[in-house]
Design a protein around this ligand. Structure first.
Ligand code: MN
Length: 435
């Protein structure tokens, strides 16, 4: 088939378009034809993980499409258990593939719509599929870029007057996280054991975390390798980003409080980080750009970029407490509040000459908003356990208990449609028994 011009990538975002996949036209579906997020899935018919795109309640198998000559990319980049090979093709190919898929799924396009045999091969129900970690992640970095979050934490542990440390307004603060324990949504989380220093004793104990928390974040997936010593310019940085995921940076607050001086979090964060299975491309989020918050003082020249680099993404956290009949929404916030942009984070990361690799994951940092119900962590919403949340049954919760399940959601609201991530969930299991 002929290759659509990648320069026309924005036509895939046109708001009025519909798909012949009926569920994609449901106004609250996260996967309309305007989205087309990439993931890795398997099903009973074919247990080999391969690359697919979410459309409505279905998954479109890209290995089948490419194998039948309906995509210009090689089948090899889709018939594999991670997106890394496809991502490494570069932005022009991401755009070409998304455009071709968009045209095939369009309500007015007969090629796949009217070929029952091919449709049967190429489409799988999401309900009958298993999602896998979508990328091999060489490195994971987590930032700390929400001013509201940093202010809340600084007020809690220091003083509201000096909540933000002097470097915060100059540097997108981050640390090198642990890539090996990044897991896909629905993977259970084991409560970590660790060193905990209780105020009444001189020495720490080793045992199960008592202050297990979430961090509502998004993450972005790096789309291109850079060479050691080669910084990315801030105005170019978004072209190096393939897309975004929801991210829950599970955190053991009591372990963190004891271990974090002087080099920052270690075991309190490294035990698990959950991401959503679908990677929404920055192209799909493009219609939902907005201005980032005003940055004062003006960032140093290497961190300046023209234009809008915020994104209007609604974010929610649901908690289904162990033994509860119903979940409650415990946070509602928005990615648009983020002070430092993804472009500034990536630029700062590489400013020293540090190289990045295809598939690297960069967490936004906990996303909190300006109101009391927009806290992205229990640390903030319960003020370190001092103000418990009330669950639907009337039971209270400060930090997470065994059996609790946390579900993150995120979407952009268009005119009659939503471009979203789907969900990112995890259930807490008891800590491993101590020997
Ligand atoms: Mn974090």
């Amino acid at each position: 088939m002929s290759t659509p011009n990648p320069m026309d990538w924005q036509t895939a975002n046109a708001a009025h378009r519909k798909s012949w996949v009926a569920a994609a036209n449901d106004p609250i579906s996260n996967f309309p034809i305007q989205n087309l997020p990439f993931g890795v899935f398997s099903d009973r018919r074919n247990v080999n993980p391969r690359v697919g795109v979410a459309i409505g309640d279905l998954i479109l198998d890209l290995a089948v499409l490419a194998g039948n000559g309906l995509l210009t990319q090689s089948r090899d980049v889709f018939a594999c258990s991670s997106l890394n090979r496809f991502i490494a093709l570069g932005q022009a190919e991401w755009r070409a593939a998304r455009l071709q898929i968009s045209l095939l799924l369009d309500a007015n396009s007969a090629r796949l719509r009217d070929d029952a045999a091919l449709r049967e091969q190429a489409l799988v129900a999401q309900a009958d599929s298993r999602m896998h970690l979508p990328v091999d992640i060489p490195g994971y970095t987590d930032f700390y870029s929400s001013k509201e979050h940093a202010t809340n934490v600084g007020s809690m542990f220091r003083d509201p007057k000096t909540a933000l440390l002097p470097n915060w307004l100059e540097i997108p603060i981050g640390y090198n996280g642990r890539a090996s324990s990044v897991i896909v949504s629905e993977t259970p989380i084991r409560r970590p054991n660790g060193q905990i220093k209780l105020p009444e004793s001189d020495r720490p104990v080793f045992g199960p975390c008592r202050k297990l928390d979430i961090e509502l974040e998004t993450g972005f997936i790096v789309g291109a390798n850079t060479a050691l010593g080669e910084p990315i310019a801030c105005d170019q940085a978004e072209a190096h980003i393939f897309g975004m995921v929801l991210l829950n940076d599970w955190s053991a607050r009591d372990i963190q409080q004891w271990e974090y001086v002087p080099l920052g979090p270690f075991n309190s964060k490294g035990f698990a980080t959950t991401i959503s299975p679908w990677i929404v491309t920055l192209d799909a989020f493009d219609p939902f750009r907005c201005a980032q918050p005003e940055q004062s003082p003006e960032p140093l020249p290497y961190l300046r970029h023209a234009g809008d680099h915020g994104f209007d993404i609604h974010l929610e956290v649901d908690l289904l407490g162990a033994g509860e009949r119903a979940a409650s929404t415990i946070a509602r916030t928005n990615f648009r509040y983020m002070y430092w942009t993804m472009a500034q984070q990536l630029t700062h990361h590489t400013a020293s000459g540090c190289n990045v690799r295809v598939g690297d994951l960069m967490g936004s940092g906990t996303i909190s908003g300006p109101t009391a119900d927009s806290c992205g962590s229990l640390l903030e919403s319960t003020w370190n356990g001092q103000r418990p949340l009330t669950l639907p049954s009337g039971n209270n919760r400060t930090f997470l208990q065994d059996g609790d399940e946390v579900v993150l959601r995120g979407w952009c609201q268009g005119d009659g449609y939503r471009v979203g991530f789907g969900t990112c969930s995890g259930k807490v299991l008891a800590a491993p028994e101590l020997a």
